[in-house]
Design a protein around this ligand. Structure first.
Ligand code: R5P
Length: 298
């Protein structure tokens, strides 16, 4: 017997995932007190296998939710507790960029691994490490990729498009998307000078007259994609569209992208957003089934 737990602001994906898994879905009730503390109410009792869906966009409150919800789920009967976190935050803080700076990637991954038996996520920003095994006990974290889904979507919408990844980190996702869809691809380099300032060196491929789709794991301020779009339009690209796994689009990101001449904006539904175009629910369901097979440890 298993159960999917979710929060009401991620209901669309939760319902898809419950349907794929063929299991009941219950929401965790949440109340925020005037002082900012939260009160959570879980269904009682819980079955042995519990899957908790929680993406970590705007992560800090959600991390506290998880720190409260996970031990409560165990008190209420969960023996095997699986976290499905379609967007895993803090993965970009993966080195001590300035002396004394916390390498948050390590600490957040360890914290989650202490509360859950296994974690499933999608396109975590793994740049200086090759796998989640480097930041949590081996085999406990599983990274799936939405890149092939996005690649096939792009090929349907813009047949023959050139896929461009704005920076070195995006190479992994762009290569996967291109391979799944049979599209050409290239990757640039980026120097980040601040939250909203980036300097890009895009690849010297011919873009004049071609439809170009920029692909990345996430857009936050959107400035990486804005910088790339502006350069490619100056070089004569026929159109610029954008596809990302995680549609964070913080602040004025969408306005800035439109002002830069970007046409369509597509994303996977790891983060609920109007741009969601492909669903990761079947991918997540397969991984959950595998993680809950008898004999799976971790
Ligand atoms: C980092 O390299 C990531 O892959 C993204 O390129 C980056 O986080 C996007 O951030 P922003 O939208 O703020 O430029």
């Amino acid at each position: 017997m298993r159960l999917l737990l979710a929060f009401d602001d991620e209901l669309a994906l939760a319902q898809q995932l419950a349907a794929e898994l063929g299991c009941p879905l219950h929401t965790i009730q949440r109340h925020t007190f005037p002082d900012g503390e939260m009160r959570l109410v879980l269904p009682k009792p819980l079955p042995e296998h519990v899957v908790l869906l929680r993406g970590l966009q705007q992560p800090n409150d959600k991390l506290v939710e998880l720190m409260i919800a996970a031990p409560t789920a165990r008190e209420l009967g969960a023996k095997r507790l699986l976290l499905v976190t379609p967007y895993l935050a803090y993965m970009r803080q993966d080195m001590e960029f300035t002396p004394g700076e916390a390498v948050s990637q390590r600490h957040i991954a360890r914290l989650l691994s202490q509360h859950f038996d296994a974690l499933i996520t999608v396109d975590p920003h793994l740049h200086r490490i090759a796998s989640l095994d480097e930041v949590m006990p081996a085999g406990q974290g599983r990274a799936l990729s939405a890149a092939p889904l996005l690649g096939r979507w792009i090929a349907q919408q813009r047949p023959g498009a050139l896929l461009i990844g704005p920076d070195e980190e995006s190479a992994q996702w762009v290569a996967e998307a291109a391979a799944a869809a049979g599209l050409a691809h290239a990757v640039g380099r980026k120097l980040r000078q601040g939250d909203h300032q980036v300097q890009l060196a895009l690849p010297e491929v011919e873009v004049a007259g071609r439809p170009v789709v920029l692909l990345d794991d996430m857009a936050s301020t959107g400035r990486t994609l804005v910088g790339a779009a502006e350069q490619l339009l100056v070089r004569g690209a026929a159109s610029i569209d954008v596809a990302v796994t995680h549609a964070l689009f913080n602040g004025d990101a969408l306005l800035a992208l439109r002002a830069a001449g970007v046409g369509a904006i597509w994303s996977a539904n790891t983060v609920p957003h109007a741009s969601n175009a492909v669903s990761i629910a079947p991918l997540l369901a397969r991984a959950v089934d595998e993680a809950l097979q008898p004999g799976q440890a971790g």
